[in-house]
Ligand binder design. Structure first.
Ligand code: UFG
Length: 323
């Protein structure tokens, strides 16, 4: 069986991807320091509890399992924290990633799938964002992702034996339809889990950040993609690289935008309960609209998202949160 090194495999997207890998016949080997990940999320292969910058642990894991492909999810992801504490973000997301990638390629890893973000675009003023849109990250987090994308592209130019796929996620949401893993972050900052917590009275009312955006209802529009579809795109990406596909950067979204109020209405319909919310000020750094042009990803990766309705995303998120 082919072993795949999955950094951050105990986190939300990493764990869902481990499940997808196992379903498709791969053996994920999770490397995670459990600083924000969950031991219980590691269900489809061994866990190596170590930091990505622990070069000894990374090298030993790669050698032990004969690994030639890596998916790199581990990193710090809270955009406002990256603004408050850039040194930690540059260290975790750039310095440590460089050490990880260097150790990986030195020990025979040739195919790398990297977890990037739509945050690299900043505030683009287009209806659907194509991947060639000029990058203009407005947070250290977004800039960190752009730097590692660039590193991987420079590396694959210098080392034709190394191929890399950087996947720019739009809004990953929902939970495993079988309920084995789900969306959970500490601290939680994402819209759907916070709205579900407000609805079930686990938290105070949701604050909707801003009602004066230049969108039809004044609230921000996002492209929500089911995490299981996102996970399957990674597996397809791995297969693409394994077949000798060239290094690429791709968007992962559905290509359809929903405003915050539309998301809240969907939650109320699916859960049959009202979401208590209050209006708040705009959150710093939120673009009005972020919707992917992800047509190239479908074609290049031979990937077809299947859970494309917002109802399904919310229903799976709700089922997992209730359980
Ligand atoms: N929102 C609220 N109230 C909340 C939480 C969120 O109104 O309590 C709003 C946000 O302002 C935003 C929308 O809901 O307009 C979605 O917010 P999320 O925090 O769920 O997601 P983001 O769009 O901010 O973040 C996503 C990814 C990040 C990535 C970012 C790029 O999760 O990793 O897109 O802008 F960096």
């Amino acid at each position: 069986m082919t072993h795949i090194l999955v950094t951050g495999g105990a986190g939300f997207i990493g764990a869902h991807t481990c499940k997808a890998l196992a379903l498709m016949g791969y053996q994920p080997v999770v490397l995670d320091n459990l600083s924000t990940g969950y031991r219980d999320f590691v269900q489809w292969g061994p866990l190596v509890q170590a930091d990505i910058a622990d070069t000894t642990a990374v090298a030993a894991t790669i050698t032990q399992y004969g690994i030639t492909a890596m998916m790199h999810f581990a990193g710090s992801i809270v955009v406002p924290d990256s603004v408050r504490d850039p040194l930690t973000y540059y260290d975790n997301n750039i310095s440590k990633s460089v050490r990880l990638i260097q150790t990986a390629v030195d020990h025979g890893v040739q195919n790398i799938v990297f977890s990037s973000s739509a945050a690299v675009y900043g505030m683009p003023d287009v209806a659907r964002i194509p991947v060639h849109t000029p990058l203009n990250p407005i947070s250290p987090y977004g800039y960190n992702k752009a730097v590692i994308e660039r590193l991987l592209s420079d590396l694959s130019t210098a080392r034709p034996d190394v191929r890399a796929l950087s996947l720019r996620y739009f809004n990953a949401a929902g939970s495993d339809p079988d309920g084995q893993v789900g969306e959970s972050h500490v601290p939680e900052t994402h819209l759907i889990p916070l709205a579900l917590d407000a609805l079930s009275k686990k938290r105070a009312a949701l604050t909707v950040f801003g009602r004066d955006y230049p969108t039809p209802d004044g609230t921000c529009i996002r492209d929500y993609i089911h995490v299981s579809d996102l996970a399957m795109a990674h597996v397809q990406g791995l297969r693409y690289l394994a077949k000798g596909g060239a290094s690429q950067i791709l968007n992962l979204g559905i290509g359809q935008g929903f405003s915050i109020l539309e998301v809240l209405r969907t939650i109320e319909t699916v859960c049959q309960m009202p979401v208590p919310f209050v209006w708040g000020l705009r959150r710093e750094g939120d673009p009005a609209r972020l919707v992917a042009d992800a047509d190239a990803s479908r074609r290049i990766l031979d990937w077809t998202p299947v859970h494309t309705s917002l109802d399904k995303i919310v229903a799976d998120a709700w089922a997992w949160r209730r359980a």
